[in-house]
Design a protein. Structure first.
Length: 146
């Protein structure tokens, strides 16, 4: 019975560990975010300039923070945008352009200070607090990592 419980616990925890999300920092000056894995996949394109989204091809810049569950396809890893998902929410890049990010000690990964945003009185608006209702952490810019 004891072996059965240990095996059951092991089989339940291994998948959750392998699918845990991890935060990464872009370590190159500029890299295109693709809509699928592979060299031939199109580059993600933002057509409408809203919510501080720059119209044009989505490019990661040095220092941008993304997160990933480690999904791979044709030599590319799937990434997610933790900050402005209204511009783009997910895409694909080569794993070589990413390095593990550091948890922000100021906000402990939350991206906010815990204080109500003075600009919108905690209602949450994009320009001031990214709809969070709390002041963004100045150290990490609201990403929770750097």
């Amino acid at each position: 019975m004891r072996k059965f419980i240990i095996i059951l616990l092991f089989t339940l925890t291994v998948p959750s560990i392998s699918s845990a999300q991890r935060y990464y920092r872009c370590v190159v000056d500029s890299v295109a975010v693709r809509v699928a894995g592979g060299e031939r996949a199109d580059t993600f394109y933002v057509a409408t300039p809203y919510y501080d989204c720059e119209p044009g091809f989505v490019m990661l810049r040095r220092g941008n923070i993304v997160w990933s569950k480690g999904s791979m396809e044709k030599g590319f890893t799937k990434i997610y945008n933790p900050v402005n998902t209204l511009c783009w929410d997910e895409g694909w890049v080569k794993p070589e352009v990413l390095s593990p990010a550091t948890l922000c000690p100021a906000c402990k990964g939350k991206g906010t200070t815990g204080e109500l945003c003075a600009e919108c009185d905690g209602q949450g608006d994009w320009p001031c607090c990214h709809f969070k209702g709390e002041q963004l952490c100045k150290r990490c810019g609201g990403a929770g990592y750097y």
